[in-house]
Design a protein around this ligand. Structure first.
Ligand SMILES: Nc1nc2c(ncn2[C@@H]2O[C@H](COP(=O)(O)OP(=O)(O)OP(=O)(O)O)[C@@H](O)[C@H]2O)c(=O)[nH]1
Ligand SMILES: [Mg+2]
Length: 602
């Protein structure tokens, strides 16, 4: 990577390394060697070989700070963040590399870097994020230097005295200098006159206005202000002390002393020091328990976020589809991105966890559930009816998608069409598609446009294959053959994941979910069940009893319609069977409202 495109995380560096070596001396030892063959050669001329290990870099949203280091807050008291950039904590090494790259100009220099995907587990790491100009420059000074020895920014670097005169002349020609920046493809930070200007407070406020995310409470702000005041006073005392000590003979300051001072300061800071907030959407689980993958708003990357426990635990357990606010923080010394809060959910899809009376929340903020069926494996109407009841009880729209129509013989097609016509007549949307052959996929695509939907259904019906087909080559979910003997799926998909489908129109998000063996209703009582069979609703008003269960009661309009063939026998039988299983407690748990306020286990 080009050293110029990496920013400093600290505002100041010491002129010596921890092992006592002079930074300037190490800079001299950096050699420029020819780039190894390959793509690197197309972008760079030389590779910098340094006497120290490669620097580690991290993509980070910097806090905007005043000149005195105070963080900028918006009108809600929320920290204002700058654009994400590559930062390093290895500030002294970055300074050496940038200086060496300047020395080698006009050859384009590359340095080997290690990319960090999370903040290092170090107590000092959070403290090091103290740059006040988004990491464009760094002061070179010891702690007590009243005037810094130098301020380094590669954009305004003095051409080194030992540099060749021809290079020096070229460097001074600003047009060439802009050309240098352009050559690295980052004019925004490279060109002399387009140095990143920090947005004004008003600009930041305007930019952040209306953004989602919980601001700190009044108590939080008051606590921060108290902490700031304390720090300012302690700094003032230190400065006074430094002036009185300046008369004394200066002793050689060891790195250890400085590190100890820094550690002491860090310890004084709150254990929970946040570096900024962002909002995002949970797109899946992470590899480790207690983590989720969050796609941060306006970013293309998914970030691993911890789900804190105890006092910091979010009120709801984050699940796929949730909008969350995350905070980049250091909890008890471990720096990490943490889910701070699950934003209010628009909807959820919940089922009863098999074999337990507990609920399982499948996903959140859904607009549509696609119930995927096939003839291989064959579907059961009982399962379809349960999904339809559950979705209706939870206020969710459902569409039925019969996949694998390419496998159907003409007679099978007639049979399955008549089975599904029952649902169409009730008012459900039914689509016959083939993920492999592409039949009717355009209609399905239109149905998904501008919404968040989930694919649910038995294992092997082709949910992941449908997702891949809709992904037009950009999504590659694992699919598995169904078993020859049993004609059942092999439970290939094991966790739910949210994907954005390609397309120019309104964004469509689709969640692929693991195949279910069975779907059990949750949160519907036997007495309520009749209200979720849509074809019963207009008839129920004509029943003699207003609380008619459409079973043995006299003058029941539903039973009359059943006798006359106006409602399907299969649907009615399904109603009776589900009702029985609800009465026996085999499925369904109606919890009192106060218990529903807490999130069921997910
Ligand atoms: N002929 C045909 N086969 C299909 C179609 N869609 C999916 N399949 C096949 O069905 C098998 C199962 O597909 P998957 O996408 O893995 O099924 P799934 O529903 O995701 O299964 P789980 O992940 O186990 O829940 C694979 O062999 C697919 O290639 C289709 O439209 N036509
Ligand atoms: Mg699958």
């Amino acid at each position: 990577m080009c050293p110029f495109s990496i920013r400093f995380s600290q505002a100041r560096i010491r002129p010596t390394f921890q092992d006592g070596r002079e930074v300037e001396a190490s800079m001299e030892q950096i050699a420029a060697v020819s780039c190894p063959e390959g793509p690197l050669q197309q972008r760079y001329d030389v590779l910098l070989r340094a006497p120290f290990p490669p620097i580690e870099i991290i993509r980070w949203w910097p806090k905007l700070r005043e000149e005195d280091g105070e963080t900028l807050l918006d009108e809600n008291g929320k920290t204002i963040l700058g654009e994400p950039c590559w930062f390093t904590f290895d500030n002294r090494r970055l300074y050496c590399l940038q200086a060496a790259a300047i020395k080698n100009w006009p050859s384009r220099s590359a340095a080997v870097v290690h990319v960090m995907h999370d903040l290092p587990v170090s107590k000092c790491a959070p403290k090091k994020f103290r740059t006040t100009d988004l990491g464009c420059s760094v002061r070179i000074s010891r702690r007590d230097d009243v005037v810094p020895k130098a301020t380094w920014t590669w954009m305004e670097a003095k051409w080194p005295s030992h540099a060749r005169p021809s290079h020096r002349a070229a460097w001074d020609a600003s047009s060439k200098r802009d050309g240098l920046a352009a050559a690295f493809g980052f004019c925004a930070i490279g060109a002399r006159h387009s140095r990143p200007s920090r947005p004004s407070r008003t600009q930041c406020q305007a930019k952040n206005k209306g953004k989602k995310g919980r601001g700190p409470t009044l108590a939080d702000i008051e606590a921060r202000l108290r902490e700031r005041k304390r720090r300012r006073e302690s700094l003032k005392r230190k400065e006074e002390l430094a002036v009185s000590n300046s008369q004394m003979e200066e002793t050689e300051e060891t790195e250890e002393t400085e590190e100890a001072e820094e550690a002491e300061e860090t310890e004084e800071e709150e254990a929970w020091d946040d570096f900024g907030r962002a909002t995002g959407r949970v797109v899946g689980g992470a590899e480790r328990h207690g983590q989720v993958l969050v796609k941060v708003t306006d970013s293309n990357e998914a970030t691993i976020c911890q789900i804190p426990r105890g006092r910091r635990a979010p009120k709801l357990q984050p699940i796929v589809g949730d909008e969350v606010s995350i905070v980049f923080t250091a909890a008890a010394g471990d720096a990490e991105a943490v889910v701070e809060e699950v934003l209010p959910r628009k909807s959820t899809l919940v089922r009863r966890r098999a074999g337990t009376p507990q609920a399982q929340v499948l996903c959140a903020n859904l607009d549509l559930a696609l119930l995927v069926l096939s003839l291989e494996p064959n579907f059961a109407e009982g399962m379809v009816d349960r999904v339809l009841v559950s979705a209706h009880a939870q206020g969710l729209e459902v569409a039925i998608v019969l996949n694998k129509v390419d496998l159907l013989e003409p007679s099978q097609r007639d049979e399955v069409e008549s089975r599904l016509a029952v649902y169409e007549s009730v008012g459900y949307k039914v689509l016959l598609v083939s993920a492999l052959e592409g039949d009717n996929m355009e209609e399905l695509r239109q149905l998904l446009c501008g919404r968040t939907s989930i694919l649910i259904g038995n294992s092997g019906v082709g949910k992941s294959e449908l997702l891949n087909a809709l992904g037009e080559g950009q999504i590659a979910a694992a699919v598995g053959e169904i078993s020859e003997r049993l004609k059942l799926g092999r439970h290939v998909t094991t966790t739910s994941t949210l994907h954005r489908l390609p397309g120019d129109g309104e964004p469509a998000y689709l969640i692929d979910s693991p195949g279910a063996r069975r779907f059990s209703i949750w949160d519907v009582t036997a007495a309520e069940l009749k209200d979720h069979f849509l074809e019963f609703l207009p008839l129920a008003q004509k029943c003699k009893f207003s609380n008619c269960n459409h079973l043995e009661e006299p003058d029941c309009a539903v039973k009359e319609a059943l006798e006359e063939g106006r409602i399907s026998r299969q649907r009615y039988d399904s109603y009776v069977s589900i009702r029985q299983s609800l009465l026996e407690g085999q499925e369904g748990v109606k919890l009192p409202p106060w218990q529903l306020l807490t999130q069921p286990e997910s």
